[in-house]
Write a protein that binds this ligand. Structure first.
Ligand code: IMP
Length: 430
């Protein structure tokens, strides 16, 4: 004991990178358990600004071992590039370990992700195009290649031969694309294996032993609960288990080892890609928020869709994760707005619905029932004490707290580590 789960509570991009970096100061391990390099975690610290995609945000702290767990899918080229960039900027990556069970995102997964999206036409999901969906499909179909396989030349050869034969049928017969060159791919995989070998290990045991010793393990979620394959706005979701349950399966730790489950909420909503966003602001207010917050994807650079805080959606993710505490990020983005609004229910086909209807057709017809609250003129940007928050901003925080049903213990008022208000320490002193 104990592990601390950090879970994105909306559609991703809630600011988990900053929060994990902030909490990692008091942690021994920071572990990614799901997703892949579709994630983009921005961290700003004394070494500069970093966009992490696969490497856990604990990498900046010398006290932390950073772990990429079995439930993650790894594009070796992307990971090696990220490690190179970190090293070239003076970040020591020798405390990174990678699970031999994690699945590999192969070049054909990236290709298939893009071909499948094109084939979907108007019904495209708006994926990040990083091959994440096809890699998870192969994992479940038992046609995946795992990181450990890259270190076993003989096994890899046999495995790749059978997998590539079936991929080539799909590429050539369904999409009219060029077949994969098996030998070239095999050589490339061996090179990846050699380059990653020093990081690869059985991480389950390391994490389990650490928990038995009472060390602190931060579980770094990726994406947001509304993109969860089971609990999100299917089919406009990612292909992994984003919620706290995914941390147990994706890492192999028992649930009772998790002491706190921390929901990360942004003070308003954003979404990248297609799918319903009931509170979407397609007007000047939305533009203003996007502009002030620079809401552009850290992975793809796409402009994020922006909306008011969606209360029923937030209450839904709080319930399915059992958040014990929450973090509210980017409060400062709303500084100076004459008023702010919170969605407290929806109106669908003339009826008021108080709970989150995750079915996309239903949600697409849902009109938000908005509660207006006064804005604040005194800025919250950079504030570090609760008592310094303008009373209107505090009322806004309190209203969100009431909706999600758990205490907001940390409020982020800017991108830098110290621009935070600690209401209650989330990870206590030793
Ligand atoms: P995929 O994960 O690339 O398959 O994309 C599926 C959906 O999840 C798309 O709408 C993406 O924009 C969205 N998505 C995936 N990763 C992230 C993330 O880290 N932040 C926000 N949206 C994401």
């Amino acid at each position: 004991m104990p592990a601390y789960g950090i879970i994105g509570a909306q559609w991703g991009d809630e600011g988990k990178g900053k929060v994990v970096d902030f909490l990692a100061e008091r942690a021994d391990f920071v572990v990614r358990f799901s997703g892949g390099n579709n994630a983009g975690h921005t961290v700003i610290n004394d070494k500069g600004e970093f966009a992490l995609h696969l490497v856990p945000a604990g990498i900046f702290w010398p006290n932390c071992t950073s772990v990429i767990g079995p439930g993650v899918v790894i594009d070796p080229a992307a990971l090696l590039e990220e490690i190179d960039i970190l090293e070239s900027r003076g970040v020591d990556t020798s405390r990174l370990i990678i699970s031999d069970h994690a699945h590999v995102v192969m070049p054909y997964h990236v290709q298939l992700d893009q071909l499948e999206e094109m084939a979907r036409g108007d019904a495209a999901i708006g994926t990040t195009g990083r091959g994440i969906g096809p890699a998870y499909v192969d994992k479940i179909a038992r046609a995946g290649i795992r990181i450990g396989d890259l270190l076993d030349a003989e096994y890899l050869k046999g495995r790749l031969t059978s997998v590539v034969a079936s991929k080539n049928l799909i590429l050539t017969k369904v999409y009219g694309a060029e077949p994969i060159d098996l030998n070239a791919l095999y050589s490339q995989c061996l090179e990846y294996g050699a380059a990653l070998q020093r990081y690869v290990t059985s991480v389950e045991q390391r994490v389990s032993d650490a928990l038995d010793r009472g060390e602190r393990v931060v579980l770094e979620g990726a994406q947001g609960a509304l993109l969860d394959i089971d609990h999100g706005t299917y089919p406009y979701v990612t292909s992994s288990s984003v919620t706290i349950g995914g941390a147990c399966t994706g890492l192999g730790i028992p649930p009772q080892k998790i002491e706190s489950i921390i929901g990360i909420y942004k003070a308003y909503s954003t979404r990248v890609g297609a799918g319903p966003l009931a509170t979407e602001l397609e007007d000047e207010t939305g533009e203003h928020i996007r502009d002030v917050a620079q809401e552009y994807g850290a992975t793809t650079g796409r402009a994020r869709r922006v909306g008011w805080f969606d209360g029923p959606a937030a209450a839904h993710t709080s319930a399915i994760n059992g958040f014990t505490t929450a973090v509210l990020t980017r409060l400062d983005v709303l500084d100076g707005m004459p008023s702010v609004q919170i969605c407290v229910a929806y109106e669908v086909d003339g009826k008021r619905i108080d709970r989150f209807p995750s079915l996309p057709g239903f949600l697409a017809r849902a009109k938000p029932v908005l509660e207006e609250m006064p804005g604040w003129t005194t800025p919250t940007a950079g504030v570090t004490e609760l008592a310094q928050l303008p009373k209107e901003a505090l009322a806004y925080v309190n209203r969100i707290q009431e909706i999600i049903g758990c205490p907001i213990d940390l409020i982020s008022t800017g991108p830098k580590r110290h621009e935070s208000i600690t209401v209650q320490p989330i990870i206590s002193d030793r």
